[in-house]
Design a protein around this ligand. Structure first.
Ligand SMILES: Cc1cc2nc3c(=O)[nH]c(=O)nc-3n(C[C@H](O)[C@H](O)[C@H](O)COP(=O)(O)OP(=O)(O)OC[C@H]3O[C@@H](n4cnc5c(N)ncnc54)[C@H](O)[C@@H]3O)c2cc1C
Length: 472
């Protein structure tokens, strides 16, 4: 009997070094690749969503590549719980292959799909692909999960072997793909979405875009440690959305960083390990999705003023670095890591708004949104997470701005109202008195712009935050 496997693509939108695809091609006589635009996820998204477009563009590229093998990607729009069994029927599939997804909802979905396939006698085979080490693979000596990063990282590095980062050579077996005539590909409009500014932003998309960004970063990786904290400088890799959607292979990135060595590559590898650290936290403690990692801080009595939250979302707090960062997020779907830390700290410890509100806002706007990393980052900033910032370490947004955007280059890009201010005034333009000549100039400049006075006083709010945490 001819065996036909279905590879269900999810957050692994590439045709190379792909674990599930490789296993399917190796084991089945013929293989079909499929993607389902999941209506249970899409229904809650705004009608313009960069992520949907990012996925759509990545699939378009996959389809174009598949034409050279005389086949195509099968795309469906619906609930995977019905679409996957329907594809199994339609193509006479004997086994479904996919890479594991560790988010609680995805685990539940896969459980249902696996059970319904089992009733039909069809196997549901899952593989590790989006991380180097998953689930229980990195445990402490006592056999428990790590909740502190440094020892986790040490064990992670000590465990790493060449085979953990070896590529799955899909290209050697790709000819096993079942020939298919061109398949229907829904337009964004048919999916219920409108185009965003993603292509205007010139963000490199799909597998080729991921490769282009990685090649560019390889040339800069030696400088990563020194450059990575300055949002106006091209110091980071900008690969996060590609890592999120699997248009790059995590094995290739880790292999390169590990073999390249040097302080830049080591620091970057550490960041990739942070990602795995948060992934295993979510795996062991799925309750962090709703609750604090430290249970005693779950009910902190944040005042949660809606108007302060609205000003933060809109980039209208009167703190230029915070406003520039929030505008970067809503205008591009990206925010630099230093700025994620500053804005998260500002929301929780200056505006005294529950971190879960900010987490949700980021989840709605980040192109690279990843449940584990976003939750981990927010709980770190709010001091409620594992290995988090101690509650009494509160970022001063003005000092952060002076240190990491000293010449105000980044602020000027996203808060053009302030572009004409000199460096000395750009970080806290309101801090000058109209009584001296220079101060009077700044004050009269601000009076002519639409820029806002600060909505809170940092020193006062800092004291209030300390009291809120301490007295709880
Ligand atoms: C409040 C907050 C929310 C965050 N939300 C997300 C999110 O939803 N998705 C996401 O991918 N990252 C998130 N991060 C982590 C980090 O800010 C981004 O990964 C990084 O800014 C992406 O840019 P880059 O690819 O140029 O990073 P680089 O500096 O080039 O790092 C390379 C890769 O390492 C990983 N990485 C880097 N820093 C971290 C980190 N602190 N935690 C986990 N992984 C990391 C990412 O996959 C990143 O792409 C968040 C951080 C904070 C403080």
């Amino acid at each position: 009997m001819t065996t036909t496997a279905l590879v269900w693509l999810r957050r692994d939108l590439r045709l190379f070094d792909h674990h599930a695809m490789y296993e399917a091609l190796k084991n089945a006589d013929q293989v079909i690749l499929a993607f389902v635009f999941d209506t249970t996820i899409l229904k809650d998204l705004p009608k313009q969503d960069r992520r949907v477009e990012f996925i759509w563009e990545a699939l378009k590229e996959i389809k174009t590549e598949l034409r050279q093998y005389n086949t195509d990607l099968v795309v469906r729009h619906g609930d995977p719980l019905t679409e996957i069994p329907a594809l199994v029927e339609q193509f006479g599939i004997t086994a479904v292959y996919c890479n594991r997804d560790y988010e609680p909802q995805a685990i539940e979905r896969d459980g249902y799909v696996a059970a319904s396939l089992k009733e039909k006698g069809v196997a549901f085979n899952t593989y590790k692909d989006q991380v180097i080490f998953e689930q229980d693979q990195i445990l402490s000596q006592s056999g428990g999960m790590y909740s502190v990063f440094s020892p986790y990282k040490r064990t992670w590095l000590a465990t790493l072997r060449e085979q953990d980062v070896a590529a799955y050579p899909v290209n050697r077996v790709i000819k096993q793909l079942k020939p298919l005539k061109p398949q229907y590909f829904p337009s964004l409009k048919e999916l219920g979405f409108a185009k965003t500014n993603l292509t205007q932003l010139k963000a490199p998309l799909g597998m080729s875009g991921g490769e282009k960004l990685f090649e560019d970063f390889k040339r800069r990786i030696n400088d990563y440690k020194d450059a990575r904290d300055f949002p106006a400088i091209k110091g980071v890799s900008y690969l996060s959305a590609h890592i999120r959607f699997g248009t790059v292979s995590i094995r290739e990135l880790v292999r390169f960083a590990h073999e390249h060595g040097g302080i830049g590559a080591e620091t970057w590898l550490s960041e990739l390990i942070w990602r795995e650290f948060y992934s295993q936290i979510l795996w062991h403690r799925p309750d962090v999705v709703e609750h604090t990692f430290k249970p005693e801080l779950d009910q902190l009595p944040f005042p949660n003023h809606p108007e302060l939250f609205a000003a933060w979302c809109a980039g209208e707090t009167g703190y230029p670095i915070v406003d520039a960062a929030m505008r970067q997020l809503t205008q591009t779907g990206y925010m630099h890591n230093r700025l994620r830390m500053i804005t998260a700290s500002f929301l929780v410890k200056d505006l005294l708004v529950d971190w879960r509100w900010g987490e949700k806002f980021f989840a709605e706007h980040l192109l690279d949104y990843d449940l584990a990393s976003n939750n981990g980052g927010w709980q770190w900033a709010a001091s409620t997470g594992c290995d988090a910032q101690p509650y009494n370490r509160i970022f001063n947004p003005i000092l952060q701005s002076e240190k990491f955007d000293a010449e105000g280059q980044f602020i000027r890009r996203y808060v053009p109202e302030l572009a004409e201010l000199p460096d000395v005034a750009i970080h806290s333009p309101w801090a000058f008195s109209a009584n001296d000549r220079r101060g009077a100039l700044f004050v009269s400049f601000l009076e002519q712009t639409d820029y806002f006075p600060p909505i809170v006083d940092h020193a006062e709010q800092r004291a209030a935050a300390l009291a809120l945490y301490k007295n709880h």
